[in-house]
Design a binder for this molecule. Sequence first.
Ligand SMILES: N[C@@H](CCC(=O)N[C@@H](CS)C(=O)NCC(=O)O)C(=O)O
Length: 317
Amino acid sequence: MPELILHHYASSPFSEKIRLVLGYKKLAWHSVFVPAIMPKPDVVALTGGYRRTPVLQVGADIYCDTALICDVLEHVQPEPALYPPPLKGVSRIFAQWAESSLFWAAMAYNFQPKGAQHVFGGQPPGAAQAFVEDRKAMSANMVRLRPADATSAYRSYLRRIAHMVDEHDFLFGLDPCIADFAAYHPLWYTRTQVPPLADILNATPSIAEWMDRIAAIGHGTMEKFDGAAAVEVARRADPLPPAGKMLVDSAFQDDHGIPLGTPVTITPETFGTEPTPGVLVAATRTHYTLEREDARVGVVHVHFPRIGYVLRKADGA
Ligand SMILES: N[C@@H](CCC(=O)N[C@@H](CS)C(=O)NCC(=O)O)C(=O)O
């Protein structure tokens, strides 16, 4: 079993998704806590630019974005499945909705003044301001919902989810799949991080029961690990050779007219648009891989999903 190192922080919803998937698959993992705002020297040493949370590290291979991390975990431990064959299409499409429309409605609801006051209440002076400025810079190119509109959307989305879990224990049947983990984490944030606003969940009791079932899955077997030690793991390891890859597809798919071996950048489409530079060494139907080298980590491979990311030649073309 490969040594899985998750770079995350406790209050991060997308990290909670991965912690639960690790639990669902009964995996053992190393936990590195990272800062919630910049600077993040160890994370950026590993990724070369990408700063969002979480990131999964396996030796000198760095996997960005929870959609890709779930593909890796499915490969490492196929059972129980995140993408059961009859639900393969619908569960991924549902997850994408949950992590865009639902996630941003929930977060705009969570961070209305009453919620923000609760989140930052116990923190040192300046912490709230630093967080707000960090997230403002990350979302500079996004339209943010106003609290009242977010509340309306969140209420409607919760009713729709309730219609599903009124029917069976999990969204699409008797067992959880990727859709459950993706829809759960924005609601988890409301329930656990902003309890003064959690009464929005009361109108749909079947959601509370579904959430209890997911929470009971747990986080697998976790061991604390240090950020600098993780950087050292990367420095000592070589990126995985093609035969040992955690992402099975390998055929080159060229949608951009960019040959392998080209210096490129990869940038999230929205939210946290720090580019990651490197040499394109794989571009399959599902993901890109960049090779990069620096003094702290040596040679690493940084992997991104295709969906949600912009691939450009390093010269901007
Ligand atoms: N599509 C990304 C979204 C990740 C994301 O937005 N994570 C939030 C934390 S839950 C984040 O990066 N916030 C800023 C940060 O942690 O630096 C994924 O699935 O991993």
